[in-house]
Design a protein around this ligand. Structure first.
Ligand code: PLP
Length: 392
């Protein structure tokens, strides 16, 4: 058949070549150069924030946020179980302890369980403590697949218990609230820190790269300082703090500036394609297209089908392989992080929805280049397959 419809691939329709060539011509390829600050300014403008620091990856953005939040060995950080593992690994880089809190139907952290964990499992004694005496320092909230977590509830709880909120907005660049307390606020600009990723499959890419913002612009300056080896004196090699080699390069930023120009169009297409899938899967008995929260405008980065397990018992692997044979690339949602080897001993709190969705969610092709004809083919092949797999 020869057809291949990828899950999510980068799109370089704009000025990418031009800007990268320009960076090369100027000889600025490393962690200095005008494209880096240009990208930071464009992002700050887009997100309506004062200060953004470009860095090497979403993971490094998250790590620097934890450092800046003061997360230290043995502190506790509340984290999600159902997301990409890079959201949680930086907790371990700080030798801190994750506690996994369940998600709600948005796949993001469930504020009701977050609140009951804080009320029932912790005590207040000058700082917010676990019964074993560890300090609970921060929450990592992931805006999964471009959806947004219930930030009003989460911020209320965080303020009550003096917790730092790190928004992992790596999948949600461009998503924002359309009403409520945070109307007009973008994912990553509500908590204390917001982290973005420009990895290859994200809505915009710099090959590898990321960015971080914070509610305090001086904190972003300090993050930028830490990301460039914490050089205190510009003339001598004086370092008063432990730094990191986490700064974005000018080559990456050249790509990023071009991609930022296209971001609104990418978001428009993702939304339009989502609507097409929605129309096609309307009323389908064996799977449903998972909706996004109704009080946000989502970047609709990734689309999720929930397999109806009342009829379909085939494993995700069987489904993925069968679709692959039709030239359609799909993937299962992540394995639960608390079940991965390095995390098996860690505490979990009331995980119900996370394992439920882990067994049911299939991500379907969502690249910005996908054509309407391809979307129809994908939907048709999935429906054919599911009908043939269904029992009852
Ligand atoms: C992609 C991603 C990251 C990591 O970003 P990198 O740029 O790949 O380091 C972190 N968290 C989530 C939820 C992600 O999807």
């Amino acid at each position: 058949m020869g057809r291949f419809i990828p899950l999510s691939i980068p799109n370089f329709e704009g000025n990418e070549k031009k800007y990268v060539d320009d960076a090369l011509d100027q000889g600025w390829v490393s962690t200095g150069g005008a494209y880096i600050s240009k990208l930071e300014q464009e992002m700050a403008h887009f997100l309506h924030v004062d200060n953004v620091a470009a860095c090497q990856s979403g993971t490094s953005a998250l790590h620097l946020s934890l450092v800046e939040a003061g997360v230290r060995p043995n502190d506790i950080v509340l984290v999600p179980p159902l997301t990409f593992i890079a959201a949680v690994n930086p907790v371990k880089y700080q030798f801190a302890t994750p506690v996994f809190i369940d998600c709600d139907d948005s796949f993001c952290m469930d504020p009701i369980k977050l609140r009951s964990f804080c009320e029932d499992e912790c005590t207040w004694d000058g700082s917010f403590l676990r019964h074993n005496g560890s300090i609970i320092k921060a929450i990592i909230v992931v805006h999964v697949f471009g959806n947004m977590a219930d930030m009003e509830s989460i911020m209320d709880i965080a303020m009550l218990y003096n917790l730092k909120v790190i928004e992992d907005a790596t999948e949600a660049l461009g998503s924002y609230y359309t009403n409520g307390r945070y109307e007009g606020k973008y994912a990553g600009t509500i908590g204390h820190f917001g982290c973005y990723s420009f990895n290859g499959n994200k809505i915009i890419t710099t090959g590898g790269g990321g960015a971080v913002t914070a509610n305090n612009p001086e904190v972003v300056d300090h993050i930028r300082f830490l990301s460039t080896q914490a050089k205190t004196d510009p003339h001598y090699y004086i370092h008063d703090e432990i730094g990191y080699n986490y700064r974005m390069t000018n080559l990456q930023a050249a790509l990023g500036v071009a991609q930022m120009e296209e971001l609104p169009e990418f978001i428009r297409r993702k939304n339009q394609n989502y609507q097409t899938y929605k129309y096609l899967f309307e009323g389908f008995k064996y799977a449903r297209l998972v909706p996004f929260r109704s009080n946000i405008y989502s970047n609709k980065w990734f689309y999720s089908l929930e397999v109806n397990r009342s009829y379909i018992s085939a494993s995700m692997k069987e489904i993925i392989i069968a679709l692959q044979e039709k030239g359609i690339q799909t993937r299962a949602i992540w394995g639960l992080i608390n079940e991965q080897k390095p995390y098996q001993g860690e505490e979990t709190y009331k995980l119900e929805k996370a394992p439920y969705y882990a067994a049911r969610i299939l991500n379907i092709p969502s690249s910005t280049q996908i054509t309407e004809e391809e979307i129809k083919y994908v939907a048709e092949q999935i429906m054919l397959l599911f009908r043939s797999l269904a029992n009852g």
